[in-house]
Write a new protein. Structure first.
Length: 116
């Protein structure tokens, strides 16, 4: 299987359980590892024969605009959107980081990884 990696797409969004998180927002980083057959594109050198990562970004951005309580739920919604939009995707690994989560203490990020 071939893989397309999209690393740390950055979004400012309003996800979280706490009301304050939905008011002030936070920075989120989304990384994807997408498995698909790229052999046709390797031969043709044509964009229409591969997965257009600009189109993938647009789909992720659209999902990121819809507030969720949990990053787990958000990551699953992104996976479903990508699978529904791009049936050629055979495998998805998503890493979703919530930067500076609102906890008592200092933490760079909270991150989840899903494989589908």
């Amino acid at each position: 299987m071939d893989y397309l990696l999209l690393n740390e797409m950055k979004f400012f969004a309003f996800h979280g359980v706490n009301e304050q998180e939905r008011i002030v927002g936070n920075t989120y980083l989304v990384s994807l590892k997408l498995g698909l057959d790229m052999s046709k594109a390797c031969q043709s050198d044509q964009l229409e024969d591969t997965l257009n990562y600009a189109s993938v970004y647009k789909q992720v951005a659209a999902v990121m605009k819809i507030p969720c309580n949990l990053i787990e739920h958000l990551a699953e919604k992104i996976c479903l959107q990508l699978r529904n939009t791009f049936p050629e995707i055979q495998y998805i690994e998503i890493r979703l980081k919530k930067c500076h989560p609102p906890i008592v203490g200092m933490m760079q990020s909270a991150e989840i990884i899903l494989e589908r």
